[in-house]
Design a protein around this ligand. Structure first.
Ligand SMILES: [Fe+2]
Length: 351
């Protein structure tokens, strides 16, 4: 099992909310994580003091591998000379010297790609063919069963309502490439709202069997939430197991002074089209079993119990429903008006 915390769009500067940031740090220490992923926009205006605060924030997280990528707010939008000639100077100084990275974990390889394009596509970002080649080399010798994950700041698939503008130019080319490379999951931010789904929901692509799980994080610590996460802060907890991926979407609540789960998403791992063991105790909930499948093809846990021959079944009393029940079988009327006009539940009442 690989446990990842996914945060994004921290936005140190005016939008940053101190108490929420403190809750993120506390949550990260409580979650028994293997890796933390921060998918860009550490600052609001790429100022030195904002980067210094972001570095302090990262230093207070658990001492784990931290996967980072720059966001469009981490390059100086208004300092044009710097943006043209040295756009990543402060990002490299405070966050990471490398812009495209590969992290090898016990059961996952995470490729983080710098999707910012300081000269051409400042807002919507870009991935170029050199980066797709970098990705291909990183995944070239990864054994089957090891999860292949890509992180970018900009979104490669739109939110369901297309709020937040256009996706990255040539995103479909990138998604087709990732699909061919066996990428299971793409993590991003930028939209300031979460979206957890599958690429096939929005883009069938060349391979309609092999969708890619899309995990967008909202803004973890800033006032810049959008759409249903306006003025909200969210983060994702991702668990990659042997046969499934579980993603829990957490939201900050003022009355808790912390984050609480608001939804959970369970996907079969790549190469598996459905969930084999729907009652896994790790999920804490029972999912629906396969239905309509011949018993001899079902996984063992989902087979029906053998049919008992009729002569061994207990006798069933057949009573004419049109006749009134004998007095001792009549039930008292349901109490109060709690039935909403429907028949009372079939359970004893009164004493
Ligand atoms: Fe952002």
């Amino acid at each position: 099992m690989l446990t990842m915390l996914h945060i994004s769009d921290i936005h140190f500067g005016k939008p940053y909310v101190h108490e929420v940031g403190e809750a993120v740090i506390k949550a990260a220490h409580e979650m028994a994580l293997d890796v933390i992923i921060a998918s860009g926009d550490f600052t609001q205006r790429a100022r030195r003091e904002e980067f210094a605060q972001a570095r302090d924030f990262l230093n207070r997280l658990p001492k784990l591998p931290i996967v980072v990528v720059p966001g469009n707010h981490d390059v100086p939008l208004y300092r044009v000379f710097e943006r043209i000639f040295n756009p990543y100077r402060l990002y490299r100084e405070y966050i990471s010297d490398d812009l495209d990275t590969v992290h090898h974990l016990e059961n996952a390889v995470i490729v983080a790609l710098n999707s910012t394009s300081p000269l051409r596509a400042i807002t919507n970002g870009r991935l170029d063919s050199r980066q797709l080649d970098f990705c291909a080399r990183a995944f070239a010798d990864v054994p089957a069963g090891i999860s292949r994950i890509v992180v970018t700041h900009h979104h490669l698939a739109p939110a369901p309502d297309y709020e937040g503008g256009q996706v990255m130019p040539r995103a479909k080319r990138a998604m087709d490439c990732f699909s061919e490379l066996g990428v299971e999951m793409v993590l991003g931010g930028h939209l300031h709202r979460a979206y957890i789904g599958n690429s096939l929901d929005v883009y069938p692509g060349r391979d309609r069997e092999r969708g890619i799980i899309i995990v967008q994080s909202g803004t973890a610590t800033s006032r810049r939430g959008r759409a249903r996460e306006r003025e909200k802060n969210t983060l994702n907890l991702i668990r990659v197991g042997e046969d499934r991926i579980r993603i829990t979407h957490f939201m900050y609540f003022d009355d808790l002074f912390g984050f609480a789960p608001i939804s959970r998403h369970i996907f079969p791992r790549s190469g598996r089209h459905y969930l084999l063991d729907p009652s896994s105790p790790e999920d804490g909930i029972a999912l629906a079993s396969p239905v309509g499948v011949p018993d001899d093809l079902k996984p063992p846990g989902n087979r029906k119990p053998p049919v008992v021959p009729d002569d061994r079944k207990p006798p069933v009393e057949v009573r004419d429903e049109r006749r009134p029940a004998p007095p001792d079988e009549r039930r008292p009327p349901p109490p109060g008006d709690g039935s909403f006009g429907m028949s009372a539940p079939d359970s004893p009442v009164g004493g």
